[in-house]
Design a protein around this ligand. Structure first.
Ligand SMILES: NC(=O)c1ccc[n+]([C@@H]2O[C@H](COP(=O)([O-])OP(=O)(O)OC[C@H]3O[C@@H](n4cnc5c(N)ncnc54)[C@H](OP(=O)(O)O)[C@@H]3O)[C@@H](O)[C@H]2O)c1
Length: 315
């Protein structure tokens, strides 16, 4: 039996955990040194069975998109945790999706995207739930009476917030950016808007003042939810992100889950959950840790194993 070879782009929290998990499975692991020098990257790719992309989203995921498309052009399969490439370049990647593992781009270890390949109907009728582990966690901390600085420090200790943000307000706004990318990936992969695909640029976003963010996060009755359906949810004035695509209202807002979530409501902490129902009334739900190095890397390994089996990559 041959040793499988991984090329990992991005030596951060996810990349290092992934290397640990793959090595434990007997893979040989190399970190890319090319750093945007695509000529060097193409040479590195030659020796890999699977390329893993674990870099942050800058701009519109251009760097990740380059890594992904160069690896695919070399005939390799790719597994990515980066969201920007799929959120902003979905149409270009759509025909190449069978060679891409992207489960980790939405919901870390809770794997909500895995629901949509198995829903019987061609198109879900509604999707709703909680897709941002950091916002869930901050909301849970504040609603337990923790001070904002204490909650933020706890989130940083867990390595949860998007990189670059430091204050509470910056962290919340950066997570809204993350939610927009996840919404775009969810819409595009699930087909909830029919044949239409979207990018994060399709959304209107409504800024909140810092005091409002803290007040909403501290309210134990509210959680930040996303909803996609032909029904409008909540009051328009409460929406933080919104798009209407093909008659489907796509909303991100602080809502009361007892009124708006049809799945099982589990304590917030970092847990994500997503409920989906098709036009035949059949429903599915997924929940689990929404972020974190270990569960996210675990999902990437699972994707890699599936690609190896489907594409007959010899071990
Ligand atoms: N953390 C989670 O729980 C989680 C869950 C799901 C998905 N994700 C996604 O997974 C990705 C990685 O997350 P992370 O937490 O591992 O981030 P991270 O700790 O910030 O690590 C990212 C690594 O990528 C490197 N890098 C940045 N731009 C690069 C480029 N153009 N080419 C090569 N390397 C580059 C960085 O190097 P420098 O520091 O030198 O720039 C750093 O080593 C992100 O897109 C994130 O959104 C994370």
């Amino acid at each position: 039996m041959r040793t499988l070879r991984a090329l990992i782009v991005g030596k951060g929290g996810i990349g290092r955990e992934l290397a640990k998990q793959l090595t434990a499975l007997g893979w040989s692991v190399v970190f890319s040194e090319a750093r945007d020098r695509m000529f060097d990257f193409v040479k590195e790719v030659e020796n890999a069975d699977i390329v893993f992309v674990c870099i942050p989203t800058r701009d519109k995921g251009e760097a990740a998109y380059q890594y992904i498309t160069y690896a695919l052009a070399a005939g390799k399969c790719v597994v990515t945790a980066e969201k920007g490439a799929l959120a902003y370049h979905f149409e270009s990647l759509r025909p190449r999706l069978p060679r891409i593992g992207f489960t980790a781009t939405v919901g870390g270890g809770s794997e909500p995207l895995s629901m949509f390949s198995s829903l019987g109907a061609p198109r879900p009728k509604k999707i709703n739930g909680f897709v941002n582990g950091t916002v869930n966690f901050l909301s849970w901390c504040l609603s337990q009476g923790m001070e904002p600085e204490e909650a933020l420090a706890a989130a940083f200790e867990k390595g949860m917030p998007e990189k670059g943000a430091t204050t509470f307000f910056q962290v919340f706004n950066a997570e809204i950016g993350d939610i927009l990318m996840k919404l775009a990936v969810l819409v595009n992969v699930s087909g909830v808007c029919g044949k239409y695909s979207i990018t994060p640029d399709c959304f209107s976003t409504f800024m909140l003042y810092e005091g409002e963010v803290l007040r909403l996060l501290s309210n134990p009755r509210l959680r930040f939810m996303v909803s996609m359906s032909e029904q409008r949810v909540g009051m328009q004035s409460s929406w933080q992100v919104y798009a209407n695509v093909n008659g489907v209202h796509i909303v991100g807002a602080f809502l009361d889950p007892t009124e708006h979530y049809e799945g099982k409501i589990i304590p917030a902490q970092e847990q994500n959950s997503l409920f989906a129902e098709d036009y035949l009334g059949r429903s599915q739900e997924k929940w689990g840790p929404g972020a974190g190095f270990e569960p996210t890397a675990g999902v990437m390994v699972k994707d890699a194993k599936r690609l190896i089996a489907v594409h007959g990559i010899k071990e």
